[in-house]
Design a protein around this ligand. Structure first.
Ligand SMILES: Nc1ncnc2c1ncn2[C@@H]1O[C@H](COP(=O)(O)OP(=O)(O)O)[C@@H](O)[C@H]1O
Ligand SMILES: [Mg+2]
Length: 551
């Protein structure tokens, strides 16, 4: 039930249209409930033509036609309104989910498969939207109608109506028994779907590795096995549905036969008029429709509950503090101080252990050390992509833990070890870190990063699309674009994480020469192994096993 309340909270901005729909549904149900009553009138008119009938056959038939037309009209209005409201609710939900996922810290993604998150955004949202627009909202008029039908049946003949009511707990029991099997199955199906998406997503991103290691057959088999697993689970689910639906229908029809049996004695005893019997049976028929649909509704409810539970779980993950939390870091000179900073990635041994490091404003410090020494981690903590376990990191004597993330990150440029480019033009990739830069600025950054030569040789120059993650460029070219992007951002603090690793020695020397003035003006952390870069640094700091061992 708390799930339902949370779902309703998402729908609350659409209260007005939902309330209007509920009203239309009520009218729709009233119209449906009038039909059996009209059926009774018609019977009476046919059996007792002339004066004693409450209405003529013609009048009742015209009335019924009007009723059906009204029903159609209400149904149209309702479907249209509700469809719109459901669409809006789901659209809002998608955007809120995306914004939340985007705000989560990187550690969230390091701990799970991207496929799980993708399946949340696609499959789970799809299940929920189908449920909201298809099942949950359609249920309301059915329940109105069923409730109304029971009440009116009681008014006609309480003893017969009691029979119908007695059957209701039986259906409930049936749903409970089947539900116990259906719920874990539904959860498992969603889980396996997520795995299938994860496999496809990862493999398509890894195609070069799959092809060069000729692993096509194994990967194809792995995917097929996953799809087969889903197929088998679906077959199980189908079996349960296939049994539940006819069973519910059987019970309902047995009920009707019982009613008929009792009614026939009532009829011969004169306790029930034929017209009343017709009305009664028509009400009973109205009642069987929602009951037969019960199985579907129940199964879909279980699936939607699973999807919603996963959605809530993600929505309840704490995001990074929002942009407005903390003071805005004023424009800095670029003095950096790590004070006794320790940090370990979730559950791993410490990647940094009591690191003390002071970098003066405008200084270029080379950071060297073996793989895994914690060099990249230093940069990530400075940008607060992760929070230190203990210790403090200060910029211009201001504790970075107290400032807003946006104001901090705006003043630090990073060229990461693994360059990340968008499938967009060269221009858009360079311009990414700065709003609305001019072409002259973009070109100046490209020149500084030694990227202008190769860009000029690209088929459309700055307008060339570079493909997913920049696949249409060489590794060194990708790195130069990332460098140009960081330089264009023009931050007082720059982190170059093995950013010259792809350069040939000549290119590296040229780059350092070209950037000399650009680098001189800022504080630079130069994570590197290259002699030319080391020579360009004011000071060398050596790291080993999460500690500063020299410098
Ligand atoms: N996201 C992560 N999750 C867990 N461990 C990590 C993660 N990133 C890095 N590590 C570990 O932290 C240590 C330091 O990594 P890193 O700072 O990248 O080293 P490097 O000096 O080579 O740049 C390594 O032992 C590495 O395995
Ligand atoms: Mg590294």
């Amino acid at each position: 039930m708390s799930d339902l309340r949370a779902l309703l909270a998402y729908a609350s901005p659409h209260r007005a249209v939902l309330a209007l729909s509920a009203l239309l549904m009520l009218f729709e149900s009233v119209a449906a409930l009038l039909v059996p009553w009209a059926g009774g009138l018609l019977t009476a008119a046919m059996l007792r033509p002339g004066e004693s009938a409450p209405a003529s056959v013609g009048a009742v038939l015209w009335g019924m036609l009007g009723l059906f037309a009204l029903q159609a009209l209400l149904k149209f209005g309702n479907t249209y309104l509700l469809g719109g409201a459901a669409d809006k609710i789901v659209s809002d939900l998608k955007v809120r989910l995306y914004d939340h996922l985007q705000a989560l810290p990187l550690s969230y993604y390091h701990e799970r498969r991207l496929g799980d998150t993708l399946s949340l955004l696609t499959n789970d949202v799809y299940v929920l939207s189908g449920y909201i627009s298809g099942t949950a909202l359609a249920l309301v008029p059915l329940l109105f109608t069923a409730g109304g039908a029971v009440i009116l049946m009681f008014r006609i003949r309480p003893t017969l109506a009691l029979l119908a009511v007695i059957l209701i707990p039986l259906f409930y029991l049936l749903a409970k028994i089947f539900g116990r099997r259906m719920r874990p199955l539904a959860a498992q199906v969603q889980e396996e779907y997520a795995t299938a998406i994860a496999i496809a997503q990862e493999n398509l991103g890894m195609l070069p590795a799959i092809k060069t290691f000729t692993r096509e057959q194994q990967e194809s088999r792995r995917y097929r096995e996953q799809i087969d697993r889903i197929f088998r689970l679906n077959a199980k689910q189908r079996g349960i549905y296939a049994a539940l639906k006819p069973l519910a229908q059987l019970i309902a029809t047995v009920g009707i036969v019982l009613v008929l049996a009792l009614a026939s004695t009532d009829l011969t005893d004169g306790r029930l008029a034929p017209a009343q019997l017709v009305s009664f049976l028509l009400y009973a028929a109205l009642l069987t429709r929602p009951i037969a649909g019960l199985a579907d509704v129940y199964g879909q409810t279980q699936m939607a509950r699973g999807a919603f539970a996963r959605l809530r779980q993600a929505m309840e993950e704490p995001p990074e503090p929002a942009g407005h939390v903390g003071i805005a870091l004023p424009a800095v000179q670029g003095e950096i101080e790590f004070r006794a900073v320790s940090f370990g990635y979730g559950g791993r041994p410490l990647a940094l252990q009591g690191v003390d490091l002071h970098v003066a404003a405008g200084e270029t410090v080379a950071i060297v050390g073996p793989n895994g020494a914690g060099k990249s981690t230093l940069g990530h903590l400075l940008m607060r992509l992760h929070e230190p376990g203990s210790g403090q990191i200060l910029i211009d004597d201001i504790d970075t833990a107290t400032v807003s993330l946006a104001s901090l990150r705006r003043q630090i440029g990073i060229v990461p070890q693994h360059v990340l480019l968008f499938n967009a033009t060269v221009r858009d990739n360079i311009a990414y870190g700065r709003p609305e830069p001019g072409q002259a600025d973009i070109e100046a950054a490209a020149v500084a990063a030694r990227a202008d030569d190769f860009i000029a040789r690209l088929p459309q120059g700055y307008d060339t699309l570079i493909g997913d993650r920049g696949v249409r460029l060489s590794g060194g070219q990708q790195q130069r674009l990332a460098l140009a992007r960081a330089l264009l951002k023009d931050p007082p603090i720059l982190i170059l994480d093995e950013a010259t690793a792809m350069f040939d020695p000549q290119g590296e020397a040229e780059f350092l020469q070209a950037c000399h003035s650009a680098l001189k003006r800022r504080t630079v952390l130069l994570i590197t192994h290259r002699p030319a870069s080391l020579a360009a640094a004011d000071r060398i700091v050596r790291m080993g096993e999460g500690r500063i061992v020299e410098g």
